[in-house]
Design a protein around this ligand. Structure first.
Ligand code: HEM
Length: 542
């Protein structure tokens, strides 16, 4: 080894670099400066009882890095699990050639595989909260296509609470813990919901067994929002996306979930990881529903309203491909925690619709990721496309490299240029250019129809699902003051008279609420507090 080996700036200097001092082996410890560490047990102290000295570089590097191990967790969907896999296209949408509707390359050829990464999540509580909670589940897929990344950021349930992005922070605040007591409180939740009747459809799903999927493998996924597909002539249609699990769908009752939670609060993460490790790869079929891109006055709802389902009898589910998850992440933080999905991340042939919730989302995701992960989050391997990147974006915290392609002039970090910098790519197929005209207003949509589909769902449930829905709603609403209860009963009655009557009867039987709610759906939240005090085993101080 020459005296200068190890100082060359061309070396990678990472864990795979084989250059080492005489004191090291392939297994031995160093610090991040490359210094071999001979003592990782003892601080450097004056005598073996201390005091410690401040020049303990190895200790300082180790402890200060530890102090910074967490980045801010996601403001929603903090608890999650991820896996790698692939998407295999059928080349068709239902029985028709898919090119009729979209030119997106990943779909065109039967059998074509696109690598992807999926992150499943729950929504409201923190990074290590139980995976049995009544909560929607996130279903976010990042396709690394030849045309760059496509993120399909969906949920397990096919509708959402609200239809206007303006209301999202309020919705989340109502569902998150109370800012004073730090507890989730159904009184706050129903205070918000009773004043936001567009949430009735989603609430009907959420308080039924569909609000607690058994695990991540046995649940559906949905894009929820309406998107567009664009073909090579620049013509577009509206689409909704659905992931249908080959493993079947399983949901838990509140009692079953409480039992699972008492034994294992990580059961869904464990289930996914272990299924993949044993080669039992979970699989979903991707289906779309298609509608022409117009107002559709014949429908009782607006096709851009994410609180609505498109009736499958009218708009059938058309399969377009399948997804298989066959590889676990090697490092949770690097791959799952730092993964950044967003609804703005589309490829040629896919487009946004004017769905107002979708437009708000599209701003929010990359904005929060620049804060949560950092301004260069797209240079991280999990987020970077699996293709060439060439930008004039420079610097910022943790810039890993410069996006200057080989052969371009490194002095030119701007465009346009005549001096050999990056130039615009060639034009592709014609864009879809819908004509938009109207007054600039702040107004709700014309066809809110908040109750019809919620009532349909109530009637469509199996008996045990309806029983469970009513019981969970009564438990959640029992502590609420009359002003909230009364409004909710009125809403349920507008969905279906039996729905309203049953909730009202259950609430009347409970007597007036004391104003202190508990976690969503929990049957005996207040009793648990008393139980812990009463049944706890006394111990003597030591
Ligand atoms: C205006 C409405 C919405 C806003 C502003 C919003 C905003 C956000 C934000 C800020 C995050 C954290 C992202 C991160 O830190 O990486 C997030 C995560 C997420 N959201 Fe939304 N969201 C909205 C509605 C929805 C809807 C309707 C769905 C389902 C279709 C959804 C699904 C998800 C999922 C799955 C994640 C987690 C992604 C991951 O696994 O990293 N969100 N959302």
């Amino acid at each position: 080894m020459s005296e200068y080996d190890g100082t060359s700036v061309t070396g990678a200097g990472g864990a795979a670099d084989q250059r080492m001092t005489d004191r090291e082996t392939g297994q031995s410890l160093t610090d991040r400066q490359g210094h071999p560490i001979a003592d990782n047990q003892n601080l450097r102290t004056v005598g073996n009882r201390g005091p410690t000295t401040l020049e303990n570089y190895h200790f300082l590097e180790k402890i200060t890095h530890f102090d910074r191990e967490r980045t801010p967790e996601r403001v929603v969907h903090a608890r999650g699990a991820g896996a790698h896999g692939y998407f295999e296209a059928y080349g068709k949408v239902g029985e028709e050639p898919i090119a009729k509707y979209t030119r997106a390359k990943l779909f065109q050829e039967a059998g074509k595989r696109t690598p992807l990464f999926v992150r499943f999540s729950s929504v409201i509580h923190g990074g290590h909260s139980p995976e049995t909670l009544r909560d929607p589940r996130g279903f976010a897929v990042k396709f690394y296509t030849g045309d760059g990344n496509w993120d399909l950021v969906g949920n397990n349930l096919k509708v959402f609470f609200i239809r206007d992005a303006m209301k999202f922070p309020d919705l989340v605040h109502a569902f998150k813990p109370d800012p004073v007591t730090n507890r989730q409180d159904t009184v706050r939740i129903f205070d918000f919901v009773s004043n936001s009747p567009e949430a009735l459809h989603m609430v009907t799903f959420l308080f039924s067994p569909w609000g607690i999927p058994a695990n991540y493998r046995q649940m559906q996924g949905s894009g929820v929002n309406t998107y567009k597909w664009v073909n090579s002539e620049g013509q577009a249609v509206l689409v909704k996306y659905h992931w249908e699990p080959k493993q079947g769908i399983k949901n838990l009752t509140q009692t079953e979930a409480e039992s699972v939670q008492g034994k294992n609060f990580n059961h869904a993460t464990q289930d996914l990881y272990e299924a993949i490790e044993r080669g039992d790869y979970p699989e979903w079929e991707l289906c779309v529903q298609i509608m022409s891109d117009d107002y559709h006055p014949e429908l009782s709802f607006d096709p851009l309203d994410p609180t609505k389902l498109w009736p499958p009898e009218q708009f059938p589910f058309l399969p377009v491909g399948r997804m298989v998850l066959d590889r676990n992440p090697q490092n949770y933080f690097a791959e799952v925690e730092q993964a950044a999905f967003g609804t703005g991340v589309l490829v040629d042939g896919l487009d946004f619709s004017d769905d107002k919730l979708l437009q708000g989302r599209t701003f929010s995701y990359s904005d929060t990721q620049r804060y949560r992960v950092g301004s260069n989050y797209l240079q991280l391997p999990i987020n970077a496309p699996k293709k060439r990147v060439a930008t004039n974006q420079r610097d910022g915290q943790m810039a890993l490299f410069v996006d200057s392609p080989p052969g371009t002039n490194p002095h030119v970090n701007y465009e346009p240029t005549s001096l050999g910098g990056i130039v615009e790519a060639g034009k592709g197929d014609p864009e879809y250019t819908p004509r938009i005209e109207g007054n600039l207003v702040r107004e709700p949509i014309d066809r809110p129809n908040n109750y019809e589909q919620a009532g349909d769902r109530f009637r469509m449930f199996e008996d045990w699902e309806r029983e469970e829905l009513i019981a969970n709603l009564i438990n959640a609403l029992a502590p609420a003051p009359e002003v909230v209860r009364g409004k909710m009963v009125e809403h349920f009655t507008k969905c279906d008279s039996e729905y309203g009557r049953r909730v009202k009867e259950g609430l009347d039987a409970r007597g007036p609420g004391d104003g202190t709610g508990g976690p969503m759906g929990a049957a005996k939240a207040a009793q648990a507090v008393l139980e812990a005090e009463r049944d706890g085993h006394s111990a003597s101080p030591y």
